[in-house]
Design a protein around this ligand. Sequence first.
Ligand SMILES: [Zn+2]
Length: 258
Amino acid sequence: MAQIVPGVHSIDGLDHPIPTVGMVSYLIEEKPGDYTLVDTCFACSIPTFESYLSEASIDIKDINRIVLTHLHPDHVEAVNALKKKTAAKIYSHWIEAAYLSHELQYNGPPDRDALEHVLKLMGTSIDIVTEKFGNLKVGPIVIDGLLKDGDKIGNTLQVIHTPGHTPGHISLYDKERRILIGGDILFNSILNTDGLFVPPPVVTKDWQTSIVSAKNILNLKVDKLLLAHQSTPILENAQQMIEKAVSVATTQKNTVTK
Ligand SMILES: [Zn+2]
């Protein structure tokens, strides 16, 4: 847990059902006493989240916005509980909002069989996981503000629609500081894989589109890439690392589709 650059806090150490994956939320100071939180965590990690805030002398009631990069439970499960503790309004891409509010039923991966398989490979089981994290199902979330590509949120963050992992997945770009908060657009050195990589089809609704989204962020000037699942934050040379990850995924895609 650290302040990565002045006003950008990385809240890591949040629990995840799959070993090694972890979860990182980001807290952006818009001005003194006004914060934007990007993604939450599972409700069981709220005490960890709150202890970071108290160490950093941040009042939870100063969180005025919670932006959800996408609908997966590890990013949103605690949002209804955190809404009660903060003064925050909840934001997501308009496509994702339809699923988060349960207006539409989401039928994308990961499915239960795949999850069980991955948990077994990582030396745990669905029973152990549900004991701590509950049934991994998320109740309806009321979205207060619908976002689209190009919108500004807070003082500095620009919404970039990066679909593929889920249909309404977004990243948040701070142009001045050349920071991209990328949600699950890429993973960094988790799941026994070294380096930056495009999340695999087993957790991704439309893998080919997700590769295009990762490629498109190369059009932005990005030095620092802050992901939800990373062994370490990428604080320099993000551009070259993204290029390499896109190139590896493109080769894999061409091999699969041949
Ligand atoms: Zn995800």
